[in-house]
Design a protein around this ligand. Structure first.
Ligand code: UT7
Length: 326
């Protein structure tokens, strides 16, 4: 059968590093609290001139280079992002022009931190249906523009970055084995941006009351995330008649080291089979999984035939997994 197979990865991080020590100068927090409660040591912050499509472009170029595929061969570009350059047109359309993917269709996909999982699954379905053969999938965020730098409950977590993969049609057993996607909008206000959309359009009052920034009830989100991610990895294994010992590498969304540890524990997976980048990247939402995947590939931790489980949880709520035979 034909399935989607990843043949190249790339990533990009802005130069500016924001450390926990830097944050102590900005809000009422301390380095030890941030490290023990989140596992984060530092995160990257985009320069004033950089928007999401700029980060996406750098990551996408590297993924195409790794795949030895030219931009003009790409059929479709999907950009998973919560921080598009503009309300419209899509960041994917801007990227399509910047990278010179002249024949590619392009759209953005919004599932917050689960965006890259939704995008991989979507791309795989296009390939399985026969509609497209070569797809560029990017997760890119400039979350620093959505963060309230006066809110210590959120500003310590998030970072900027981008990751990309090239997926091609492949016959045989290597590629996406399964994907499972979920959503539950009933608790959307535990993690959301209240203002700036059609519900509460931008005006001075909204800006003065900081409604255009991320609001999160972190502890409540944490509990739902741990349960949903645990269930999600079990669902992926059951659907493929696999056991946790069959997993060669777990690449989870990098939100909090304690959530990652809880998922690994539920699977009984040793931490050397888990990719952890949250210490260096923070939570980069839709960019976190492709950034972690590219890090693992470039460190030589990903080998042909490996069984790799990707999972994510985010605003919406949304959550899900993609299981890959590399
Ligand atoms: O990306 C996908 C979705 N997002 C997530 O998965 C994020 C999930 N949530 C989390 O990662 C964690 O909930 C946080 C890291 C955001 C917060 O950690 P927590 O252990 O859940 O802390 P908490 O919100 O329960 O707060 C515990 C205490 C509170 O003080 P009191 O009331 O016990 O005196 C907070 O005020 O820690 C305090 N606190 C802080 N202290 C120092 C909250 N933020 C900070 C801070 N520095 N930055």
């Amino acid at each position: 059968m034909t399935r989607g197979r990843i043949v190249g990865t790339g990533s990009y991080l802005p130069e500016k590093i924001l450390t926990n020590a830097d944050l102590v100068q900005m809000v009422d927090t301390d380095e030890e609290w941030i490290l023990t409660r989140t596992g984060i040591r530092e995160r990257r912050i985009a320069s004033k001139e950089q928007a999401t499509s700029d980060l996406a472009l750098n990551a996408a170029k590297k993924a195409l280079e790794a795949a030895s595929i030219g931009a003009e061969e790409i059929d479709l570009i999907i950009v998973a992002t919560t921080t598009p350059d503009l309300p419209f047109p899509s960041t994917a359309a801007l990227l399509q022009h910047k990278i010179g993917a002249k024949k590619a269709a392009a759209f953005d996909l919004q599932a917050v931190c689960t965006g890259f999982i939704y995008a991989l699954s979507t791309a795989d379905q296009y390939i399985r249906s026969g509609m497209y053969k070569k797809i560029l999938i990017v997760g890119a965020e400039v979350l620093s523009r959505l963060v309230d730098w006066k809110d210590r409950g959120t500003c310590i977590i998030f970072g900027d970055g981008a990751g990309a993969v090239v997926m091609v049609a492949s016959k045989g057993h290597n590629g996406v084995l399964s994907s499972h996607l979920h959503a539950d909008g009933s608790q959307s206000e535990l993690l959301y941006v209240p203002g700036g959309g059609s519900r509460l359009p931008i005006n001075q009052e909204l800006v003065d009351s900081r409604q255009h920034y991320i609001k999160m009830k972190g502890n409540e989100v944490f509990k739902v995330a741990v349960t949903a991610l645990g269930d999600s990895v079990t669902e992926a294994l059951d659907a493929n008649n696999l056991k946790s010992e069959d997993i060669d590498l777990l690449i989870p969304h990098q939100a909090n080291i304690r959530i990652i540890n809880a998922t690994a524990k539920r699977l009984g997976l040793p931490l050397d089979k888990v990719v952890i980048t949250v210490d260096k990247h923070g939570n980069t939402s839709a960019a976190s999984i492709p950034l972690a995947l590219d890090t693992a590939v470039r460190e030589g931790r990903v080998n042909e035939g490996d069984i790799i489980l990707l999972d994510a949880f985010g605003g919406g709520f949304t959550w899900g997994s993609v299981l890959i035979k590399w």
